[in-house]
Structures are given as structure tokens and as C-alpha cells.
Design a protein around this ligand. Structure first.
Ligand code: GLY
Length: 543
């Protein structure tokens, strides 16, 4: 295993871990100035909307998992909802083939929830004045910040430049009019600064009822988008009870539907419990085989049963029933991959955008925030509405545009996740915490579409079952298996011998440069360990 040994960032009192240095600094400064974890989470969300435009956002949505120092937990769902004019077949052409409109352009966006989510969390749990939390983002947008190598590189990946170039405002702001931003260039965003100033001064009201709502709806109308002023005015944050389970003496507090992630983490832990999957050690082919078989079985269930709980019953209890988990466990054969076609009939392929972001925060009082939020694909729909300066999401693509059949991007899901007005698309985002003996133990999460669920699982297992510290748990190479396509993804840093053994068990292995971008805080022996993901430019700061 070619893993570099690195220590986590250690601190006694408080810790912030995000994917981007400026945002980490903003969060740490809020904590140092007496703000709590929720205040820092709000300030980081706005900062990332400036400095990490591929996923940080005002025009998207996400989930915030909170655990307060007194043990209360809650889950704030500020995910995008389908506009009122959305309909079941809205992305099908005359021949009933799925188009790319769910991924690119004005029709791809759900109603954004991020600003409402931050306002909700702040009103209920925050301590510092709202304007103080938005101001750092205003400063970053107005004064600019030097573009990092990682951000400059993002514009060169996956046809991002082509997508952004289709939309004049996006091309002007994020591509320097077509010249491309380079590392070290200073990116200033005056339109975004003006939008943030209005949010700073008028709160979420500006975004959902005020000038921003007006400008956004007008731009949508002019370009054939669906989101109206009424949709924005009707947007509601939903506070939900987190999903909680128990594994090897640890309480796992995680994301409930409309995320599939929490069910997945608990279902897979339930399958692994009672196996001796740890016997051959972390990263051994046999351990990876058991993980992959658990993943395969969960993802088969995901495809069939999961969607917005307001629209369909998601059988959480049944999926986590010990007898059911026992039958899944019993169907795993040692050292032999089960063909996915034998797990459940039907060819169902799940592919989601992999560009989201996660940050983890613990404050000096012991309050903790785990936030995963997103535009869905990297740089969302590619659309920056006129005069607003922020990118819109393409979260409508997390629905099943044509249930039962692959769309242009290979995405097939069931009727449970079909499109309907005001419905929330199924998510994989999985902000999660571990609690031991009534005390916070870990805060964790990552971007990565469906790989999120498996990455969070593996890092949690590295902590719980292999006793790793936060950085070791994050640095350990990861795999991803999602039932269909019947293929195991494995990071390149696994040894070739391990890969060959997995192939001898029957896996088709696809090597990936990286899977996930974890941000973890671990509380251990009176220290906070902050572990950013060395796979990208994550940073941790504590005091
Ligand atoms: N858009 C990625 C997710 O919600 O899973």
C-alpha cells in the first residue's frame, strides 16, 4: 500500500475541515471570535460559494447534520425541490428519449435551498449576528482571492469549460471571457458580492421574496427555465430526525431520506457485522471483497426503494431489519464475487454527478456540524443568471427522468424517484457523526455522488474497526461498488497484488485516481484530530 504517513491537524478546542483554505480560515475565525459550530457552518457555506464555485453555492442545496453539546441531534434538509411546473416526462423528447436538459441549462435546476437552510440553522442554533457570518464571503467576492491550482485545474476537466462557455455570464466570470483562469489569477466576483450584500442585509428574505428572487425568476423566464417567484416564495426547509443506528459499540448518527446515504451506511454495517471481514487487515483483498459485496447488496435496494419520503414510503425499518441483513450476509461467498445479476433481477445503473462538497466543524463547547451541499454536477447547470453572479444547480438530474431506462448519461432509477412538482430528488449525500458513550467521537462526510455512501462507510470502519486516527482513516485507499454496472472501482494506490487477488475472486476492477474527498474531525484522548483529504486541496485548522 503506497500510503504516505501524515499526522492529522491536532487541536484541543475547536476544528474546521473544508476543501478550501479561505473557507477553512473563515470558519476558524468565526469560532475564535466566539461563534459556535452553526455560526461557523453558515460562514463557511457562504465563503465556499465564492471560493469553491464548482460545488459551494447559493444556487444549490444540501443537508446539515447537527449535534449540540447537550446531545440533541437534528438534520436540516435544504435540498432543492422540483419547481411547480415540473412534470414526470419533462426531459423526454418526442421519441420519449431522455434529453440532456436535466443536466445543462436553465431547465436543469431545482429550487435552490442553501440560503434558506443557512438562515434556518442560524435562527434556531446560531449565536453570532447573521451579517457577521455573511461578511467574509462578501469580502472574498469583492476583493477577490488567488485562484488555487486545484480550482484552475477544475476548469480543464470533464468538458467544464465547454459547458460554462455556453452561458455568457458564466463564460465572462469563470472563464475570463474564454482565456481561462490560471493558478495565481485573482478572481473577483462583483455581482456575487452584491447578491451576498443583499443577503447579508436582508437575510434569506432577499433570496426568496426580494430582489434576488425577482432577478432569478426573470432570468429563468427569459430563457425557458421553470423556477418562478412563487416557487421561490414557497420554498421550505425541512427539519428531520437523523437516522440513528448502532455498530460495534458506536452510535452512528446519519442522513435520513431523501438521502439514501444513511440507510446505506447502516445497512452495509449491518451486513458486515457478524462477518470476520477485518481478519485479514485493512486494505486486504478479502476485506475489500466483503465491503464490495455489502455495497452491491445495498445499491440493489437503493435502486428500487428510495425516493422522497414525502411522496413514497421508504422502507427504512425493513431494510435495516436484522433478519433481512442476516439473509444478505449469508448470501456472501468467501473469496468469490457474486454477479450483480444474481442479487436482484433487472439492469439498473446509478450514476450521479460527483461534484459536491462537505465540511466538518466542532466548536469549543462540543457542538458539531457536518454539512454536505452541492450544485450536483461540477459547476451545476452551467448557468449564471444575469446580475446575480452565482451558478445554478442541475439537481433535477438526480431524479429519474425516465424511470426504468437509462438516460443519456446512463442514469436509471425507479418510479420512487420520478419527477413530480415540489418533490425532492433522491440524494446520496451522507453527513454523518459517530458517538461513543454519549460523547461526540467523529464528524465525517464527502462529495462523490453514490461513492459518498461507500466512502463514509469505509472511513467510519477504519476508525471503528481498525482503530485508525483521522488522517490514516482518510488516507487509506478506497473502493466503490454500486451493484450496476457490475464493476468494482478501486483507487490506484492499492497494490497491484491486491487488485490481482480481487480479479481472481471474479471482480472486474476499474482503477480510479481517487474516490471521494473526505473532511473528518475525530475526537480522541482529549484532542481534536482534523483530517482533510490529501487527494485534493482540503485543509484543517484548529485551536
Ligand atoms: N447531487 C448528489 C447527491 O445529492 O447525491
Amino acid at each position: 500500500m503506497s500510503v504516505e504517513a501524515r499526522e492529522p491537524v491536532r487541536a484541543r478546542h475547536a476544528m474546521v475541515v473544508t476543501v478550501e483554505q479561505h473557507a477553512t480560515d473563515v470558519g476558524a475565525a468565526v469560532l475564535q471570535n466566539g461563534g459556535n459550530a452553526v455560526d461557523a457552518a453558515v460562514a463557511v457555506a457562504f465563503a465556499l460559494a465564492v471560493t469553491h464555485p464548482s460545488a459551494g453555492n447559493l444556487g444549490g442545496g444540501g443537508f446539515m447534520l447537527l449535534r449540540m453539546a447537550d446531545g440533541r441531534t437534528t438534520f436540516i434538509d435544504f435540498r432543492e425541490r422540483a419547481p411547480g411546473a415540473a412534470s414526470h416526462d419533462m426531459y423526454l423528447d418526442a421519441d420519449r428519449n431522455a434529453t440532456k436538459d436535466s443536466q445543462i441549462g436553465y431547465r436543469a435546476s431545482g429550487i435552490p435551498g442553501t440560503v434558506a437552510g443557512m438562515a434556518y440553522a442560524h435562527a434556531k442554533f446560531g449565536k453570532k449576528p447573521w451579517n457577521e457570518l455573511v461578511q467574509p464571503a462578501v469580502d472574498l467576492a469583492k476583493n477577490g482571492f488567488p485562484v488555487s491550482w486545484g480550482l484552475a485545474n477544475m476548469f480543464t476537466l470533464d468538458n467544464i469549460a465547454e459547458k460554462l462557455a455556453e452561458f455568457p455570464e458564466s463564460k465572462r466570470i469563470f472563464l475570463k471571457g474564454g482565456a481561462m483562469l490560471e493558478a495565481g489569477d485573482v478572481l473577483t466576483q462583483p455581482e456575487l458580492a452584491a447578491t451576498l450584500e443583499r443577503i447579508r442585509d436582508r437575510g434569506a428574505d432577499d433570496f426568496y421574496h426580494g430582489q434576488t428572487a425577482h432577478l432569478l425568476a426573470a432570468d429563468m423566464q427569459e430563457h425557458g427555465g421553470l423556477i418562478t417567484e412563487q416557487d421561490l416564495a414557497d420554498y421550505k426547509v425541512i427539519e428531520r430526525r437523523p437516522l440513528t443506528g448502532f455498530y460495534h459499540g458506536h452510535t452512528v448518527v446519519t442522513a435520513p431520506p431523501p438521502s439514501s446515504g444513511g440507510i446505506g451506511i447502516l445497512e452495509m454495517m449491518g451486513i458486515l457485522d457478524g462477518t470476520d471481514y477485518t481478519r485479514t487487515g485493512a486494505g486486504s483483498a478479502r476485506e475489500l471483497h466483503y465491503l464490495a459485496e455489502a455495497m452491491r447488496r445495498f445499491f440493489a435496494d437503493r435502486s428500487q426503494y428510495m425516493g422522497d419520503p414525502e411522496f413514497n414510503k421508504v422502507p427504512v425499518t425493513e431494510l435495516l431489519d436484522p433478519h433481512y441483513l442476516e439473509t444478505l450476509r449469508a448470501s456472501i461467498q468467501p473469496e468469490k464475487a457474486t454477479p450483480s445479476s444474481e442479487i436482484r433481477p433487472g439492469k439498473i445503473e446509478l450514476v450521479e454527478g460527483s461534484h459536491t462538497t462537505h465540511y466538518s466543524i466542532v466548536d469549543a463547547a462540543g457542538n458539531a456540524a457536518a454539512v454536505t451541499y452541492t450544485l450536483n454536477d461540477s459547476f451545476g447547470s452551467g448557468v449564471t443568471p444575469a446580475k446575480l453572479g452565482f451558478l445554478m444547480n442541475d439537481e433535477m438530474d438526480d431524479f429519474a427522468p425516465k424511470p426504468g431506462e437509462p438516460n443519456g448519461f446512463g442514469l436509471v432509477q425507479g418510479e420512487a424517484n420520478s419527477i413530480a412538482p415540489h418533490k425532492t430528488p433522491l440524494s446520496s449525500m451522507s453527513p454523518t457523526m459517530l458517538v461513543r458513550d454519549g460523547k461526540l467521537e467523529a464528524v465525517l462526510g464527502t462529495p462523490g455522488g453514490p461513492t459518498i455512501i461507500n466512502s463514509v462507510l469505509q472511513v467510519a470502519l477504519n476508525i471503528i474497526d481498525f482503530g485508525m486516527n483521522a488522517q490514516e482513516a482518510v488516507d487509506q485507499p478506497r473502493i466503490h461498488e454500486q451493484w450496476m454496472p457490475d464493476r468494482l472501482q478501486a483507487e490506484m494506490s492499492f497494490s497491484p497484488d491486491t487488485i490481482r487477488l480481487l480479479e481472481s475472486y471474479g471482480y472486474e476492477v476499474q482503477l480510479k485516481r481517487r474516490i471521494g474527498e473526505m473532511a473528518v474531525v475525530l475526537v480522541r484522548n482529549g484532542w481534536l484530530e482534523g483530517a482533510p483529504d490529501g487527494r485534493t486541496e482540503g485543509t484543517a485548522k484548529g485551536f
